[in-house]
Design a protein around this ligand. Sequence first.
Ligand SMILES: [Zn+2]
Length: 285
Amino acid sequence: MAETFDDFLPEALRFTSPAPLVDIGANLTHESFARDLPAVLARARAARVTTLILTGTDREHAEQAVAMCREHGDAGLSLHATAGVHPHDASRWDAELAAAMAALQRQPEVVAVGECGLDFNRNFSSPTDQQRAFEGQLAIAAESGKPLFLHERDAGRRLREMLHAWRDDIGDAVVHCFTADRETLFGYLDLDLHIGLTGWLCDERRGHHLRELVGEIPAERLMVETDCPYLLPRNLPAKLKGRRHEPALLPWIVREIAHWRGESEAALAKSTSATARRFFRLPAA
Ligand SMILES: [Zn+2]
């Protein structure tokens, strides 16, 4: 279905990907999308971002994401959800929540366990609580056979230790919004993990080191995401009303990553989509 852009995005921000894209991290249950979700989805279609994985960061958001998939998925847009408890909310983890999150994995819309992991940068939940909640979700991944959608900030070493202990029991796992250093990247690749890249490297202040690293990620391990509404690329060629990031802007990020990898935008669009389809076990496009 051909779709055209509405007036919300300025002309310079109406990107169309040369090949269909999968946005593996879209927080569309965020309140900032409540007012105009159908328009946001229509713009994603127009940009050829044809598959969205809606991030479920706690029980409530995961349930909302599942409902959103049922209501808004259609022939032109394939919607799927993840279901997990973010490390920020790890202190809420208990047996009842564990059972509810395991049950969510049985919904056909749910394609991964997560977002879960460790965040020792902010410690909104204590490191002990975070490790307990993550351990519980590793068990859910092992039992369900679903891939993991991981969040890590300043906790690369501990995350690797925990994944190492579980490596034979779990399947595929992606570290979403990778922003860490070379040693951490190679540690993840050694564990046969996948890497999710956002528009972080569009930020000339803090994404510099990533630009040199992105070429080291094998194509069959690399996927792309907006992490919207967060992480609006800083180098967009025009100003955006409200400064809220959205899936329609993913082609810009792909273009940037392709540039720093020294490959074409089309080649990267195709390889990241193929990797995402395999990773999340999505039906053929
Ligand atoms: Zn995250």
